[in-house]
Design a protein around this ligand. Structure first.
Ligand SMILES: Cc1cc2nc3c(=O)[nH]c(=O)nc-3n(C[C@H](O)[C@H](O)[C@H](O)COP(=O)(O)O)c2cc1C
Length: 210
């Protein structure tokens, strides 16, 4: 059943979508959105956020990034079944600290709950966007992939999609990259679960610059 609250975007609106968000406001209100509606996201909108990624800087302008959007439900389940146990193993010590410490900050508790929600519902996120980058001298080029990934996250914010940067899939990276059909010299660096958000964008908690 499609969610009646998920946006219904006509193809004629794809070009204009997200073009009116002021850049600095978009930067200040891009946060990890981990609660996502299961409704599908049009392919053109996914292409649009990936295209924003390609405007990132890269050494020698080599543009080493590659994008793979996994949308098939069975394939998303495959990813989710591997991400979930790794995420729970990763978060368990922090969860224990939170349960023992009454002073544990509420913002961090909220983040934990949202990240656990994402891990438990990853299969429902309609798009698993993997960003991979060709290696250079045998080393992953994270320094080139990350500006590209940040552009994708900002573009998701602009078009109204929820998204967050995750990297825990690298715990089964080789298996995952083979399964994605990536060559050995192009490992995936990020898994960005994308979908229409359940929550809203807004200023994330940040320490003041000074
Ligand atoms: C390198 C990197 C790796 C990350 N890996 C994960 C991850 O595996 N799972 C996850 O839920 N969030 C992951 N995050 C997201 C961070 O938790 C998030 O950016 C941080 O909590 C700030 O969120 P906010 O912008 O909503 O305040 C990662 C972020 C970075 C920069």
């Amino acid at each position: 059943m499609p969610d009646p609250d998920a946006p219904d975007i006509r193809p004629s609106e794809f070009d204009r979508l997200g073009e009116d968000v002021p850049l600095l406001e978009g930067i200040r209100t891009t946060r990890a959105i981990r609660r996502l509606r299961p409704d599908p996201v049009p392919r053109e909108v996914i292409r649009k956020v990936c295209e924003a990624g390609t405007f990132a800087p890269s050494g020698g302008n080599r543009q080493p990034w590659r994008f793979i959007a996994v949308t098939d439900p069975e394939r998303r389940q495959w990813v989710a079944d591997r991400y979930r146990p790794r995420f729970h193993a990763y978060i368990a010590p922090a969860q224990e600290r939170a349960s023992e410490d009454p002073e544990f900050p509420e913002a961090r508790r909220r983040m934990q709950r949202a990240a656990i929600h994402l891990a438990d519902h990853l299969h429902e996120a309609p798009v698993h966007l993997f960003v991979a980058a060709y290696t250079r001298g045998g080393k992953p080029q994270l320094q080139a992939a990350m500006p590209c990934i940040q552009n994708v996250l900002l573009a998701c914010r602009a078009v109204g999609l929820g998204a967050s940067l995750t990297t825990l899939h690298t715990g089964f990276g080789e298996e995952c990259d083979r399964w994605l059909g990536l060559p050995d010299n192009c490992p995936s660096c990020a898994l960005i679960p994308i979908g229409w958000p359940i929550g809203k964008y807004g200023r994330p908690p940040r320490r003041p610059l000074s």
